[in-house]
Design a protein around this ligand. Structure first.
Ligand SMILES: O=C1O[C@H](COP(=O)(O)O)[C@@H](O)[C@H](O)[C@H]1O
Length: 223
């Protein structure tokens, strides 16, 4: 794992956006398309604000989430909603969205078709992950009902229910995350920094982010 510490979060978010854009450009030199997986939640919005304005062959970029909360896009909790509002806009409006949600009461009902849409995007060209203070990444939560499958199984996409998650989720599995050509994790604040330091000493069953740390660059700013 490489740890990059930044003097402030604003600078960090712009640097990460530049880095992701540069990795996508490099990938597009030798591939007809590049896949970019990004987190939802409260942290990545400023990265999306910068990245969407970048000049890039966005029509050859396929964007997907690392995980989704099983709620429609009308919900403030929808990660897809965040993507549409802050990443798939401006220059990046030309990118293709690979969905992780489809209308149904529970993820199991649509899992197969979502997995089929995901398969051609693998291995992920560029992966950006977030992390919760409870050391979950994507929606691989400690104490989740299908943690074992998400960490050690062969599935690409895993439905998840967890004490720390108010709604059902779908998440890319650790197998998919670990297969990415390039992995970045973005975290802010002292609490998440302490969680990261703790995760480095724990097994993924207790600290799911540990499953992806080895090959990741972690970007951290206090505030
Ligand atoms: O629920 C989620 O949580 C993590 C961390 O979110 P944050 O709000 O603490 O930045 C996020 O990476 C994940 O995509 C999201 O669904």
């Amino acid at each position: 794992m490489e740890l990059k510490e930044y003097p402030d979060a604003e600078m960090m978010m712009m640097d990460i956006a530049d880095l992701l854009a540069s990795e996508l450009r490099t990938c597009l030199v030798s591939h007809d398309h590049a896949s970019l997986a990004v987190p939802g939640g409260t942290t990545p919005g400023p990265i999306f604000d910068s990245l969407c304005a970048t000049r890039l062959d966005w029509d050859r970029v396929h964007v997907l989430l690392t995980d989704e909360r099983w709620v429609p896009e009308t919900s403030e909790r929808s990660n897809t909603r965040l993507l549409r509002q802050r990443l798939l806009t401006d220059n990046a409006a030309a990118a293709r969205l690979v969905p992780l949600y489809a209308d149904a009461p529970a993820p199991e009902a649509r899992l197969e078709e979502l997995e089929e849409a995901l398969r051609p995007e693998l291995p992920l060209s560029v992966l950006l992950l977030g992390m919760g203070a409870d050391m979950h990444t994507a929606s691989i939560f400690p104490g989740a009902d299908r943690l074992e499958e998400a960490l050690h199984g062969d599935s690409l996409l895993v439905p998840m229910r967890a004490p720390g998650a108010p709604e059902p989720r779908v998440t890319l599995s650790a197998k998919v995350l670990r297969g990415a050509m390039s992995t970045h994790i973005v975290i802010t604040g002292a609490e998440k920094r302490a969680a990261l330091d703790e995760a480095r000493k724990l097994p993924p069953e207790e600290a799911p982010v540990a499953a992806v740390l080895r090959d990741a660059t972690v970007h951290w700013a206090e505030k």
